[in-house]
Design a protein around this ligand. Structure first.
Ligand code: 5J7
Ligand code: CA
Length: 512
């Protein structure tokens, strides 16, 4: 009986750790700043057919517009109301996206900004994405409505009213993060408004939430809000499914607030993952790829069942946030493909792939002056659509890393090897490593400055396989390298350090 209660409690508290992927899918793509109409089309024409499990979307709520003609990406992290009316589109377009993505088995995860509203200076000459009136100086947001009673001002004890010292947890959670008006989430009224916002989207069919800035909110307040959430819409999800919750907590160690405070509430973003793997692939600080033989918990990361992992995110890809210069982005495309490939091949965590837009990087003393730049936009400030070129790449400044063959094919690899153990590890005590996933897939990396030429035990059934990095299986043919696996699972690999992509991956569905 006691055991049953314990199991019951565990199921309850870990329900929000499940992404509810459909059709045995395994990966999320963040379509940063994409319009809802483009996401709907992308679900149907690409993400569904290629087996992506879900999309993280930019905050869908009404936000401040900082113009003339600036419009930084982070204006979307300054809410004005919970109307579904943003730079990405209207409520009708949002509904259409959720329905069309769900209908092709692709989940939608919403970026929920619930710690704060806009900054203190908002209102003086600013407007909002849907025209709602507000006055930040008086803390008036009538479209929610919130008034000055709904903010933490009196609870914050710093002189400035803002967070001054990150080692004081009361400041971090009760004061203003860079002048953003801090919501009083201890109030029943505020909790109710936030939960109603999230429930409206659950009812429309979203599968869960990336919760922004969780370090700045009390776990007890979040627990209360999550406890009010509806089960997922049964048009697409099994009954009694709790929304998937993954919380942004930037914790590289050494801060007063630890990601572990949030584990019982949902998953948490593991920022060490991309920061460390960046060092490894860049070979900085004496790191070598073969040190990753115990990658995951062995590297002092959170436990597998709590982690959401990624190589870069919208924040640290532009030098903001955690990880600094080690973060590997699309700007370092060769390394990026390898690092994302490694992540997708490895069983640890729920994986998220970044999909970016280009901006005019301009470094002065190591700092990018244009790290604020918003998405590709028209003269009137509206976000440009994502055009797809005949070669399947994207145009107009949209990078679409998720469409790079090497990355798309590794998303498929992750689906094919789902549930299989990390196995058949090999390394050369330097930067050449290989590992398999049971008897379903195998991957080999050469990040040394010399060739790799070795025969390995792959664990795969014998046969000829098509490498999904240099090409892919098409019909009965292979557009890339071919790998022959003999009886007993042994195969010969040759990877030049000068190859366009110095890694090879095969799985049972790439068998010819
Ligand atoms: C919070 C953290 O706990 C943290 O460890 C971190 O690295 C960043 C933040 C952080 O989160 C935000 C969440 C929001 O919803 C909105 C925000 O504006 C922020 C935010 O600003 C923020 O911190 C910025 O980046 C840090 C690296 C700096 O140390 C901070 O000072 C802050 O920088 C500020 O950025 C500038 O001081 C200010 O002049 C400028 O106007 C402002 C621009 O806004 C952002 O850069 C937004 C960043 C952001 C980060 C996120 O992780 C996120 O999920 C969303 C937005
Ligand atoms: Ca707060």
């Amino acid at each position: 009986m006691k055991l049953l209660i314990l199991v019951g409690l565990l199921c309850l508290s870990f329900a929000q750790h499940n992404p509810h992927f459909r059709h045995e899918r395994t990966a999320i793509v963040h379509l940063f700043e994409w319009r809802w109409a483009d996401i709907a089309a992308e679900c149907e024409r690409f993400l569904g057919p290629k087996g992506f499990g879900g999309v993280q979307i930019s905050p869908p709520n009404e936000h401040i517009v900082l113009d003339s003609p600036w419009r930084p990406w982070w204006q979307r992290y300054q809410p004005i109301s919970y109307n579904l009316c943003s730079r990405s589109g209207s409520e009708d377009e949002f509904k259409d996206m959720v329905t069309r993505c769900n209908n092709v088995g692709v989940n939608i995860y919403v970026d929920a900004v619930i710690n704060h509203m806009c900054g203190t200076s908002g209102g003086a000459g600013n407007h909002s994405s849907c025209g709602s009136w507000f006055n930040a100086g008086n803390e008036e947001f009538p479209s929610v409505p919130y008034s000055s009673l709904d903010f933490n001002d009196k609870k914050c004890l710093t002189g400035s009213g803002g967070i001054e010292n990150y080692s004081e947890i009361f400041q971090v959670r009760d004061c203003r993060l860079v002048s953003l008006l801090d919501l009083a989430l201890e109030k029943d009224y505020v909790r109710g408004k936030v939960a109603a916002y999230m429930n409206m989207m659950i009812d429309l069919g979203v599968a869960g939430f990336r919760v922004d800035a969780c370090k700045h909110m009390w776990p007890g307040d979040l627990d209360n809000v999550y406890g009010r959430l509806h089960n997922l819409n049964t048009t697409w999800f099994p009954s009694d499914s709790k929304p998937f919750i993954y919380q942004e907590v930037i914790d590289l160690g050494g801060e007063a607030i630890s990601s572990s405070e949030y584990f019982q509430l949902g998953r948490v973003t593991e920022f060490k993952y991309g920061a460390k793997l960046g060092n490894v692939f860049r070979k900085w600080h004496g790191e070598k790829l073969f040190y990753t033989r115990n990658w995951g918990e062995g590297w002092d990361f959170m436990s597998d069942g709590n982690a959401v992992v990624f190589i870069d995110n919208h924040d640290n890809q532009r030098g903001h946030g955690a990880g600094g210069a080690s973060i590997i982005t699309f700007w370092d495309s060769r390394l990026h493909k390898m690092a994302v490939g490694y992540m997708l091949a490895h069983p640890y965590g729920v994986a998220r792939v970044m999909s970016s837009y280009r901006w005019d990087r301009h470094f002065v003393n190591g700092k990018d002056q244009n790290d604020w730049m918003g998405p590709p936009s028209n003269g009137n400030g509206s976000t440009k659509p994502v055009p797809v070129n005949p070669d399947q790449t994207c145009g107009d400044g949209w990078v679409c890393e998720h469409r790079w063959r090497q990355i798309t094919n590794m998303v498929i690899f992750r689906n094919v090897v789902k549930g299989q153990p990390h196995s058949n590890w090999w390394d050369n005590q330097s930067n050449q490593v290989a590992f398999g996933r049971g008897n379903r897939g195998f991957i080999v990396f050469n990040n040394d400055d010399w060739d790799l030429d070795v025969t390995l035990n792959t664990g795969l059934p014998s046969g000829t396989y098509c490498d999904i990095i240099s090409g892919q299986k098409e019909g009965n043919g292979c557009t890339g390298k071919q790998i022959n696996v003999g009886d007993g699972g042994r195969a010969h690999f040759k990877i030049s350090n000068r190859d366009e992509d110095p890694f090879v991956a095969v799985h049972v569905e790439s068998k010819l």
